[in-house]
Design a binder for this molecule. Sequence first.
Ligand code: ATP
Length: 970
Amino acid sequence: MRRRYLDAMALVRKYGKPDNFLTMTCNPNWEEIKRELEVGQIPQDRPDLAVRVFRAKIEEMKRLLLQEGILGKVQAYVYVVEFQKRGLPHAHFLLIMQRKYKLTCPEQYDSIISTELPNKCKYPELYKMVIKHMMHGPCGKDSYPVYRRREDGRKEKVRGHELDNRWVVPYNPFLLRYFNCHINVEVCSSIKAVKYLYKYLYKGHDRASVSVNEADGQGNVDEIKMYREARCVTPPEALWRIYGFDLSKNSPPVMQLQLHLPGMHMVTYEEGQDIQEILDREGAKKSMLTEYFEANKKNPEARSILYRDFPEYFTWQKCKKDKFWQKRKREGVKQIGRIISAHPAEGERYFLRVLLNHVAGATSFEDLRTVDGEIVPSFREAAERREGYLRRYLCIVRLPMREASNARGLWDKHREAMSEDYCRTMLSMQAVQNMVLIDIRNMLQSMGKDIKSYPLPEINEEYDSSHGVDREIYEESIIELDPDHETLATSLNAEQRSAYDEILAAVDSGEGGVFFVDGPGGTGKTFLYKALLATVRGMGNIAVATATSGVAASIMPGGRTAHSRFKIPLTIYDGLSCSFTKQSGTAKLLKEASLIIWDEATMTRRQAVEALDNSMRDIMNASDRPFGGKTVVFGGDFRQVLPVIRKGSRAQVVDASLRRSYLWESMRHLKLVRNMRAQSDPWFAEYILRVGNGTEEDNGDGYIRLPDEICVPYTGEDTDLHRLIEDVFPMLDDNMLDPDYITSRAILSTRNDCVDRINMRMIHHFRGEEMVYHSFDRADDDPHNYYPPEFLNSLTPNGLPPHVLRLKINCPVILLRNIDPANGLWNGTRLIVRDFQKNTIDAEIVLGQHARKRVFLPRIPLCPSDDEMFPFRFKRKQFPIRLSFAMTINKAQGQTIPHAGVYLPEPVFSHGQLYVALSRATARSNIKVLAAPDDKDKKNKKSRQDKTKKRHKQSGTYTKNIVYKEVLTL
Ligand SMILES: Nc1ncnc2c1ncn2[C@@H]1O[C@H](COP(=O)(O)OP(=O)(O)OP(=O)(O)O)[C@@H](O)[C@H]1O
């Protein structure tokens, strides 16, 4: 079964790119079947009779689709007949059309798929069938286009409810009329939806028959035979006939509708014309769009018509003196409008188009930006606010931070608003409610919360497309394969290739193996992981991608942090196990997985890796084999900073590293040496590597010389820091609105207090009004109030936001918690603040695969890690962000910072810090370092003076480099 599913996926990949597929779901009409069988009731003991009739109908449907080509010529197809436990069969089709017959624009969708009540007088039979079969839906999926659903005021009473076009399940009039049963036909443009179609293969239904076919092996239906038999009907003809259009005429013309931001429409003029004259000309300020607004102002009846449908009801009049929309005298004129396209990268113009395509009746640009009576600053925000998704996120999901008991009230109050998007894709009320609840459940789950702790309505699991499959496995199965990644394997270099072959040999043999891919930055570790993931997933197997940090995890498709994926407990000790049970979805996922990847393993404590080993041996019932005999690939670079052990000695730090694990010896070490990153400054790349390896010559005290070009001269004055800031953020005033400028720069330092100092300075200079958010701090187990709030407020533990968070619009921030990994909100995600709400911050993700996404950040209670060792349980309620003009070197590990500054008022204090700080840059020209001579060594003042003297005698700037050579794998 699985094989067939994979074959189907292969077909989709082969023929489906880059556009879309048609999916169909058919349920039998029992009345019809009983009539055909000439029975009043289908005998309980003879369900096969009904199935036989249904099958015959499916055969007929195949004939129409594949031979007659009623929806267009089919390149390849897959169909599944599913027998549910209740005994009701369903048929599902996936059709991949030949290139010429792919549906690429809304007009084409609308010609094949209808989501409207047909004309009752013209097509009375079809009308009845739509009411009977198509007014309730299986369930909504994403990746489908938004079909035309005119709000034409027509309603029908169905099962006691007044329903209008919004309640019509997408259907094809011809097929519905022909078969008189529920047939949902949709266009989908994502592989996700195809996977959805096959979900029951995982669900393990009693019986299912699947057929996967390339039309005739060469990709053609037998056209010659069809031609001879004169049965080939082109799809528009078949459909026009049903619609009653005149076949002799061509399809209706398309009118391009202007699209522009306020005051930015085009004006035509002739060479030599006076600019002022052109601007003063009558009608110069008018465009189709501005006049659409005007028409809406003047004609109340126009307000139910979308801009793109306007040409059907109005004609565009343009003469020398004036421009306007005039009401058509004749109704029923087929004139299709199409709003000129806009690419998402165009930002506001794109969102303006999205709004125009969904909102009818706007009377001005401002009106379009009005949501719930409030004018929002941008079209983007207006478009997003209209999405039920965001409302769900805001309403319930940010609730864990408030009292869960509010949930029911909020649900009742905002249910409709939260359902907007699902209502649009049309479902029964019940289905909409369930889909929304399932979404909320998933969002909560990704934040580690359980919907059951909220007094919300019960979910009917039938509506969950992952129903019956453990969520972990379902999520892995719907990871989209990037076609580009499938070809990576062919471009691996020799070292990568040999690692790739070895790892895959372990996967293929089923014997398993544990590997450590050892390579400094730029040697193509991520490249190798991507190739491995694509190959293993492409074979239909499960590959689990994880990394120690969220930032690294987000680069891999389907990547998760190792802690969340493996459920590694926060408190780490020897002999630890993961906290999932043998029956859990996580255990099943890991058992099924053919490959597990854990990147940046050098940054985690060995006990976390050992916990995974313990649990894997347990779930695989193979106590004598590392990781229970799975293929597990670790990766990392021991030159980078090691796991943080608060106040830990060198021996303790080294002991916590993976290098000291009992697993180390059983790992096969695969070295990557060749730097694959384009190098503009090879000397500097070599230099950094020497710093990391501890082979750069020092002055005898562990101090190494920094290249002169990168140093900001140290004078001991406050102006030094100012200079560093100027170097890293040149002309800040002119550039502060440019997100690329802001996020490609940061100053790194060793300690939080230095970082805070720089951030304070930067935000002070940043233009705009300041918003200050104070945290609520408390000590949970302090009944006698030993720790007053002023004291708690003064604490700045690692990983926690400050008590006083000062922000301005457009300032950069970094997220400190994984609050919604599925939507790119990791610990380490970099964002730009876009607006302030009362209890949320509106921000935009600026880097990585979720870049440009707008998100709302809630205030949440945060606790410091156990390492902080407070004698009480400290809780701070604050937005989980910090300013990120400056950040600690540890936080910068894994971040891309093309223009970095390094501020070392004190020398680095742990292994790998200098290497990590310097290696953020790729050339001497894009890094600046301000390093103070060491004056901390107060114990031996004299020796310090001697050393300083000695250092001063040496020309150039020296700074400390700490390398624990015992962990390196040179
Ligand atoms: N075989 C290859 N062919 C072409 N480009 C490659 C190859 N291997 C790596 N690259 C490119 O080199 C650059 C560095 O690779 P990659 O990001 O995989 O390295 P890395 O070891 O993961 O680095 P880091 O640890 O700094 O993230 C990337 O731009 C990548 O696309």
